[in-house]
Design a protein. Structure first.
Length: 272
């Protein structure tokens, strides 16, 4: 029996209809991305949840969702904006409770601007963490209640350690770390951040989720794996050194290439 990790994928419910056989074949992990928009969350999303439960009947892989993120920051200074973000996160967690999802992806508050400026103003680093705690306080409590973990995904993060420290500051099983390989590769190529495998090493066993996408270090390409310049053997060698069993989620633009991305990883002997 192969000891290689089995990759899953991120997709919408419509795409799940197309890839259901591939997903079920190896009990692959799934990240549903049909619950990110405000119109969905503010409306009656229960028919979508019922459809998800129907399509996933018999699925034994782990299930998560991408949480709401459009126009949101978990570190806003404005209490009115923070209230909207809190509501969106709680709405996302109610979706998780309804469909049995045990993970929700949220976005990092750190930017390339903050990398150079957090220490330019006294107390700014600590104030940002405090604002994130204010924003996530109710969501963390609800996530703990339903057995869900919010994983914080790097967006512009240049420092691979700072988001890990943020997750650890909650001292809760409901907050962990996600890595998006394309975002890390962008930060490496465009801002001089470390290579992608360094992000994995920095996260260590706090890492519970990985978005697998290929890129060129210039933009957020979301190419099929093998089409860009990420050093996948180094990434998977770093993953092999940790014990947290993160969900390895192919997240690419062309969903028709999801099986081909998994096949590429199998061809270089790192996953299946």
């Amino acid at each position: 029996m192969s000891s290689l990790p089995v990759v899953g994928a991120a997709m919408t419910l419509d795409e799940l209809e197309l890839h259901r056989g591939w997903l079920f074949e190896k009990s692959r992990d799934l990240e549903l991305q049909s619950f990110v928009d405000a119109e969905i969350l503010n409306g009656d999303w229960t028919p979508l949840a019922a459809r998800a439960r129907r399509l996933l009947d018999g699925h034994t892989g782990r299930l998560g969702i991408h949480g709401p993120f459009w126009g949101l920051t978990i570190a806003s200074e404005d209490p009115d904006i923070r209230a909207v973000v809190v509501r969106r996160l709680l709405q996302g967690l109610e979706v998780c409770a309804a469909i049995g999802a045990t993970q929700m992806v949220i976005h990092s508050p750190y930017t390339s601007w903050s990398y150079n400026n957090l220490d330019n103003n006294a107390g700014a680093r600590e104030a940002l963490v405090e604002r994130v705690h204010l924003t996530l306080r109710d969501a963390v409590r609800r996530a703990e209640e339903i057995g869900c973990t919010m994983v914080i995904e790097n967006i512009e993060d240049k420092d691979p350690h700072i988001r890990v420290a943020l997750a650890e500051s909650f001292n809760s099983p409901a907050v962990a770390v996600s890595i998006d390989t394309g975002h890390a590769h962008y930060a490496h190529g465009y801002t001089g951040a470390p290579p992608v495998d360094y992000y994995v090493k920095a996260a260590s066993n706090r890492l519970q989720h990985v978005h697998l996408q290929d890129a060129d270090g210039y933009a957020d390409r979301h190419w099929s794996l093998g089409e860009g310049s990420i050093h996948w053997r180094a990434v998977f060698a770093a993953l092999a050194e940790i014990n947290s069993n993160p969900r390895l989620i192919i997240e690419i633009k062309d969903k028709s290439k999801i099986p081909a991305s998994a096949a590429y990883l199998a061809s270089i002997g790192v996953a299946e």
